[in-house]
Structure formats: structure tokens, C-alpha cells
Write a protein that binds this ligand. Sequence first.
Ligand code: FAD
Length: 680
Amino acid sequence: MALDTLDFTVMIAIAVAMIAYFAKNKIFGGDGTSAGFTASVGGETSRNLVETLQKNGKNTIVFFGSQTGTAEDYASKLAKELSSKFNLKVLIADLADYDYENFADVGDDILVFFLAATYGEGEPTDNAVDFFEFIDNEADNLSSLRYSVFGLGNSTYEFYNAMGKKINTRLEELGAERFAEYGEGDDGNGTMDEDFLAWKDSVFESLKNNLNFEEHEAVYQPNIELTEIEEMPLDDPHVSNGEPSKAYVTKANTDLTRGPFDHSHPYISKITHTKELFESKDRSCVHAEFDLSNTNLRYSTGDHIAIWPSNANENVDYFIKAFGLENKVDVVFELKALDTTITIPFYTPITYSAVIRHHLEISGSISRQFLSSIAQFAPDEETKKRTLEISGDKALFAEKIHDNYFNIANALLYLSNGQPWSNVPFEFLIESVPHLQSRYYSISSSSLSEKTNVHITAVVEAEKHGDQLVTGVVTNLLKDIEINQNKSSEKPIVTYDLNGPRKLFSNYKLPVHIRRSTFKLPSNPNTPVILIGPGTGIAPMRGFVRERVALKKNNDAKVGKTLLFYGCRNENEDFLYKNEWPEYAKVLGESFEFEVAFSRANPAKKVYVQQKLLERSQQINKLLEDGAYIYVCGDASKMARDVQNTLSNIISAERSVSEERGHEIIRSYKVQNRYQEDVW
Ligand code: FAD
């Protein structure tokens, strides 16, 4: 997670996107918007791009195609600097927010940037689909367009940065002129932030050297105005205490059990059951069950559930201390947009503490760019100098900040030797700190066997690095719930306000929504399936197996072979759902086979699922020839690619074809949807 200068206009674009989506009757499938955002429109919106530019006096567009929020975040950072350093009038635009039939009329006096992520197997993000349709099939001449592109991708995937590359080359083919070089960021290499900074620097050089723009020292120019409302107490019914969407504050004419529930409005679901799945002193994995029986929210096996987070008490307190906000926590304020293209990112009036606890991503890592932009508000000259020195030097930043796993509060208090950064305007924090995003979990239950009950399987992210305790937001929240609900003697690593705003989450509830997934069993239950899910990758596989068990039990359906590969460290520590598998085998009989790879059972020999696959080469090849589907879930960075290579090699060896042909066959399975991945 990058913490960085987040331009408020991105949040606006986010909210505008929501409106556009609803207007178009579309559901935003990605998580490009921040959890907790309740959009209230601050300006007029139009799908006509040229009209929007003219009406608002804009001369630059920063488009983003975003699935997880990173491209949006970068779009906002770029826009902020283009406006503060080059006086450009920037429109940040979600690619889904505009129609493109008059795109050719965007004149050469407008600079157009694209920050485009590639999703899954070289696919566009959900919000960029229509734009790609336009450049692929509808546009014929864009010779007046001046553009630059930064692609966000992951080199561990086969079609690395396919979407960034495509925009870049397709616009060139259509006659558009690139005014600054094409750039790419690589998440797989862990260099995304630095790649983006390098590209941004090269863009600025082009603006200065080729387009004769003058660069000024960046001075923060707020896009929003914060006004405190002294006469309004925090228990006033109109004041947000951090409720996840406006409807939960106003409750006006809204049946809160009826959807639609999505990234802009969650369902507050009861967690009926939790348990610790690991038998380990140092590691933890929580099984949690969400009850959907009182709502019309439904899921189908293989879908994802999004959990809306709030921050841990310890991190909230430390953040408040870092900015000297102790006297402000319960003060109520409202926000006003200072530009007509800007939308307020969350419902106001609201309190300072509600924003910090429920809307800002305060515990992730801090970026160089954020440091450099906050330096202007340092408590003294010495701290400012140090902050600028460290933020301006990649190696020094890595040594002093990144390698110490500092979050915003840690880093700033370290730089100021403990002095609070009381000069930082709260508007700056709202605009610059990323907003809390919901986290997705592969559902580990089956909608056939538990129609209104969603199970998840979440590994708790908690590590000690020197003195620094690094904790994941949602997984530690789930752990805190598990400990309290089961009255366990375990101590949570960090604690949360489990009651939530106005006790909305009391008795173990959390805001959630469901994301439809394409990770689905074949419609014919008799089709053989090969399931590969090491670690928490087992989650959707458990759902699939439960589905087949239910099919067999309820309808005595003829169920095809289910060959499941699972991997964990060792049998007595982290073997997930160890006692369940024999039960499933009893129902499914010989049609169910289960292979486990223990990576740490024998210190001299680590065994991974790939090896188990190789041991069953012949059977796997035979199943594939019989039409089997393959499912892979879990770690995207290495496991998914290694498994794919292993399967290609199995095909190549068993069918006596070249390795290249083996790869081609796997690729063709992907195209036919017979090879599906759910990886993160
Ligand atoms: P975050 O707060 O998001 O932190 C992420 C990481 O950053 C953690 O490792 C944390 O320790 C580290 N970190 C925190 N602060 C710092 C800092 N200051 N410096 C450096 N590092 C820091 N996960 C599962 O367990 N089970 C699933 O079934 C599952 N399914 C998924 C399905 C999909 C489609 C996707 C996209 C993801 C899935 N995930 C799953 C991952 C899950 O969404 C979360 O990313 C994961 O649980 C961590 O969330 P968190 O809020 O606890 O951690």
C-alpha cells in the first residue's frame, strides 16, 4: 500500500464514477473506490468530455483505469503536481465517466494523460472497458490528441502491462502525438512507486524542455474548504460518526436490509461464528461466517466478499498524536468543494476522529512523494530540511523509512524527533492520505449448502520488524472479533472499536458487499475438476468441494472427479480445515482425491504443490483430455506462475509435444475458461 499525495480530485472522480455507473445501470466490479466514501456531488457532471473541459476551464486531463485504486491514487498525485508546479488546470477523469464519440474534438491545446492498470490475464480494468472498445473499434482519427501513458502491471503475469502498451500504440496508430515518454510500473518487482516517480520526472522534463512550461515550487492549494461547526455536537443525528455510508447516518426512507449493496453502500452483516484455524503460537488464520439471512444480498459459489475496514485504536491514537489533533477528535466539521468538478469524498458533517478511524489508510507504508509534499508543513526548519533530504534520495528513503516499515505517523514523528506536525491542514490529510479500501476475500462456503451464510478464511497479517509492529487492517480486526466472540484468552496484537459508530457494529457485525467473480465451477457437475489452492488459496476450493458434496447429498447428482492439491507448512500447525476433508471424502467417495504438500515437515526437503502435480502427471493429463477444468487460487506473485509452468511441462511431457506447445495448450484452456485463476 502506498501512502502518498492523494489529490482530492481523484476522490471526486471516484464519486462521479459512482454516479455515472448508476446512471448507466452498471455495477462497478472493481474496488477502484474507497470504502467508506459517500459521494455528495459538489459540481455538475456531464458525460460530454469536451463540454466538461470547456465549462470548467481545464487544459489537462488525467484519465485513470483502476481496479484496486492504485492507478487512481497515482492519477491524483500527478494531477496535484501538474497543477501546483505547472499551473495546469487538471481534470481527473475515471475512464468510465465519459462518452467518447467526440474524443477527436479534444484539441491539441489539451494535455491528456492515461494511467491504466492491466487486470487479470491482460484485461482492462472494469472502468476502462468502454474506452478500449472505443479505441479498438470506433475511433478512426485522433490526430489532434496529445498524450502520455503510464501502465500499471505485474511482470509475474503473462500479459504484462498489456493495457498500458495498447493505449500507447493504438493512439499512435490513430495519429495522436505523444508529448512525453511511455512509462510502466511493475508491481511484481515491487518497484511500482519508484517506476511511477521516474516516469513522472521524465514527464516533467518533457513539459519543461519540449513544451516550454515553467516549473514552480509546489505549494499546497486546497481543493476543499473545512469549516468547523462549533454548535453541532457529535451526537447530533446529522453528524457522521464514521458510518460507512450516508444512508446509515440519515436512515431517511431507506430499508437498510435491501440492496443494492456495493462499493458505495455496504450491508452491515452479523458475524455469527468465528474460529482460529491454525494451531500455532506465532501465526493466525481466522475462519468467519457472515449471516445474510436478513437481507436480499446473495452470493454464488466462487464470489468474493469485500470487508469494509476501520483502523486499530493504537494506530488511530498515534496518528492523532503525530498531528497534534488531541483537542479536535470530537469536533464536527463540514467540507465544501472549491472547484465545480470536485465532489466531497465522504458524508459531512463528520468528526475528525471518524475521518481518521474510518476513512483514511493510516497504517500502511508511507511514500517518498507524500513525504516530499508534507515537508512544507514541518514543525521547524530543521525537520523540513531532513524530510526533503530523505524524500529526495531514493536510497536514503529506503534506509531510513521504508526498511523500518514506518507508517505516516511513525515516519513523521521520527523525522521531527517526536514533535507533533500541528501545522498540517486537515484538508491536506483528507486530500493526500489514501482512503481506506475494502479488502476482498474469496468465499470459502458454497451458496448451495449455505445459501445465506458466507464463510471466509483469512490469514492474519502481523509481523515484528525490529521495534516496529506491522499489522494488516482487516485481518487484525477479524482476529480481535474472533478473540472477543470466543472469549479466548489470547491477546489481540492491536485492538479495535468493535462497537463501531453509534454501536452500529455491536454484537460482532461488519460492513460488507459481495463482488461477483468469474471463478466458477463448470455448469455440468459431472465435469472433472483439478483444484490447486495452497495456503489460503484453499478458500474457494473448500466452497467448490462443499458445492459438490451438496449436489451429491441433495440430488444424488453424478459428480465428476475432484482432484484437490493443497499446501501448507506442516500437518500440526496450519493444515486448514484438516478435519473436514475426510467428511467430504465420505460423501464423494472415489470421485474425491486430496493431495497435500507440506513445505516444512522435513527441513531437508521442502515440498510444494508443484511437486505433487508432477507426481500425478499422468492422471492430470488424462483428466485434461477428458475435459477437466483447472482452478488455481492463492499467491499471484510466484505460485500461480510456477503452477502454470508445471502444468505446461506436464502436458508437454505426457503428450510428447514441445514446451512451447505445452504453454500454448494451457493458454488455449484459459481462453476456453477451462483454466481459471483467483489470485492476489
Ligand atoms: P493490509 O492493511 O492491507 O496490509 C497489507 C500488508 O501490508 C500486510 O502484510 C501488512 O502487514 C503490510 N503493512 C502494513 N503496514 C505496513 C507498513 N507500515 N509498512 C510495510 N508494510 C505494511 N486473503 C486471505 O487471507 N484469504 C482470502 O481468501 C483472500 N482472498 C482474496 C481474494 C481477492 C480477489 C483479493 C484481491 C485478495 C484476497 N486476499 C485474501 C487478500 C486480502 O484481500 C487482504 O489483502 C489481506 O487479508 C490483507 O489485508 P489487511 O487489511 O489485513 O492488510
